[in-house]
Design a protein around this ligand. Structure first.
Ligand code: COA
Length: 174
């Protein structure tokens, strides 16, 4: 079998996408604190304040984070603003990864998620991943709009409806 291509670095007009490092832990924890209250509890900071920045640093150091989720850095200011990339073995089949992105609130609506995702999608196409998936909560209008701009369409598969909303599964074929 040919080796599985690994996503490590991508370059766009305004952004550099690179492997996460321990020094990204503070920003990644800030993302946890900024999550919508409708995001399920396992993706929220718990009553003990976990995961802490140290917990997140440990996950990165011990490579317990998804390797295809890259830190997104702005080129002009060299600050990390979130992550974007691919999660393998999520929805769909193992060779049909899931696109994921999350950015700090302070930088929303400047086209960064779309720009970063386009680079990831181009990489995926070149690496031979012809079908990508993305799951999104029905109430997440910003994310749904990004996915629409990127050419994802409703797969017709709907996840369970929970107190957190309805999870929609979208798909993109290249
Ligand atoms: C989803 C997310 C990554 C988008 O990042 P971003 O850099 O702001 O995205 P972009 O600027 O590329 O595009 C956002 C689009 O959503 C639209 N949008 C944002 N808020 C909106 C709202 N409340 N109602 C309707 N449209 C909205 C913007 O107008 C823009 O569309 P446009 O280019 O047609 O004007 C960001 O909102 C985020 O990190 N959210 C929290 C984490 C998350 O939801 N991750 C995805 C899980 S599936």
């Amino acid at each position: 079998m040919p080796p599985v291509p690994v996503l490590t670095t991508l370059d766009t007009d305004r952004l550099l996408l690179r492997r996460q490092t321990v020094s990204d832990a503070a920003i990644l924890r800030q993302l946890w604190t900024e999550r919508d209250v409708r995001v399920p509890p396992h993706r929220q900071i718990d009553a003990e304040g976990r995961p802490s920045e140290a917990d997140i640093a440990t996950r990165i150091r011990e490579e317990h984070t998804a390797p295809g989720l890259l830190a997104v850095e702005r080129k002009d200011t060299a600050d990390v603003i979130g992550y974007c990339g691919l999660v393998f073995n999520a929805e769909g089949a193992p060779d049909e990864p899931e696109l994921a992105f999350e950015l700090l609130r302070a930088v929303h609506n400047r086209g960064y998620a779309t720009e970063a995702s386009r680079a990831v999608i181009t990489w995926a196409g070149q690496a031979g991943y012809r079908r990508l998936w993305a799951s999104v909560w029905d109430w997440n209008v910003a994310s749904r709009r990004v996915l629409e701009k990127l050419g994802f369409r409703d797969s017709g598969r709907v996840g369970p409806t929970t107190v957190h909303g309805r999870s929609l599964l979208t798909v993109r074929e290249s």
